[in-house]
Design a protein around this ligand. Sequence first.
Ligand code: SF4
Length: 428
Amino acid sequence: MTTSTLDATELYRLPWTLADNGISWLEPTVACNLNCDGCYRRQEENPHKPWEEVVGELDTFESLRRSDCISIAGGDPLLYPRIVDLVAEIKRRGLKPIINTNGVALTDDLLGDLKRAGVFGFTFHVDSRQGRSGEWAGKTDIALNDLRLEYAEMLARAGGIACSFNSTVYAENLHEVPELMAWAHRHIDIVQTMVFICFRHVVPEMGFDWFAGGEQVPWDKIWYSTEESGREVEIDARTLVAKAREQDPRFQPAAFLNGTHDPQACKWLLTQRVGDRDAIHGYLGPRFVEAAMDTYHFHKGRYLAYVSPGETRRGKAAMFLSSFIDPDARKAWRTFLGAALRNPARWFRPVHLQSLMFIQPVDFMDDGEQSMCDGCPDITVHDGKLVWSCRLDELKQYGTFLRTFPRAGCGAHHGCSGGRGMGSEAEA
Ligand code: SF4
C-alpha cells in the first residue's frame, strides 16, 4: 500500500487535551436505521437514554472539560425523540450543537425545527458500506456524491449551518478517495469539511490475546470483530495523504494529534485548503492553525472546532492576514493574486476555506499497548466518567476496557509494522 512521508514535527500539534478540547461526544441513543460495516455500536432493547440521563451527561462534561461544541451522535441522533429539545439545551449552555447523522431521517421540516433550536452544524456519515436501501443501495462512494450533494444543498437552502461529511475508508473504497476530494473541491462553497476515517476491526490475523481484567476474552466476541479473513486494517493517515496527493500533488496537512504511545502517529490529521469552485489556491500551514486556535482560545476560553459558513467564506482575508506569519498562506495568497491578475472577476468572488480531516484511531504497539488519540475529541460520558467513545462497547460488554497482549509464538502483530487493527470514531 502506498504511504507518504510525513514528518509530524513539522506540523502544529493541535492543543486539545482531556480537560480542554474543541469537541465532546454525546450519545443520546443507540437506535439506528442503517447497518454500517464499520459501526462499533451495538443495538439495545431500550435504545434511547432518558432525558435526565442525557442532561446529566452534559452536566458532567461542563464540570470536567471545556468544549467548543458537542457532537450529538449515536446510533443516529435524529431518531432520538427529544432531539430538538437536546439541540436547544446544548445551545442554551453556550455550546455549538453538531448533529452526526447518516441523514436518512432528515426532512426539511425537521431541519427547520433544528435550525430554530440552534443547531450549528451537521456531519453526515455517507459511505458505500452502510446498507442503504432504495436508490442508494449498492452505490459506489463516487455515485453517493449525488446523495452528499442533496444534503449539502438542503443545508445551504436553510442557510448558516456548517456542513461536513465523513466516510469510513476501506480497502474497497480507498481508490475513490481522490475523487471524493475533487467533489468536495467542486462544492467548496457549501461543504466546509470532509472527514475520512480509517476502517477499524479486530481480525483473525491480529496476533493478540484479549483480556478483561484477568479473564481472557475470545476475540471473535468483541463487537467490532470479523471472522472474515483478509479484511484490510492497515490503512492509516499517511496512506490517505498519498491518495490525496494523487488528486493534488500540493496537498499538505497543517496540524495533527499524536498517539498516546506514538508521537509521530497522525491520529487526527488536519489539512486546511483555500479556493473557489474553479481552483484551489493553496494549503494554509501550521502557523495559520496555531494562530486560529490561540486567538479563539484567548477570546472564548476554549479551542475552536467547527466554523460557520459565514466564516469559511472569508478565505481571502484568511490568506492575506496569515500571509504575514505563515509561509504556506503567503504562497496561497501569491497564487490567488496571479489568478486574479489573469481574471480580475476573481477579485469579486468569495474564496472559501475547507478542512480535510483524516482520522486514524486505535493503533496496536508491539507490546500490545493500544495507542489512542492523545487529546481525544470524541470523549463521551459513561457512569459519570470521561471515556473514549470508540471503545465504549468494551465497557458496556465487559465493564472494563480490554487489554491486549502479544499472542505467544505469533509474529504477526499489526502493531509490528506501525499498522493498526481498530479504528473509526464517528460512525453515525
Ligand atoms: S474516540 Fe477513539 S478514535 Fe475517536 S478520537 Fe477518541 S481515541 Fe480517537
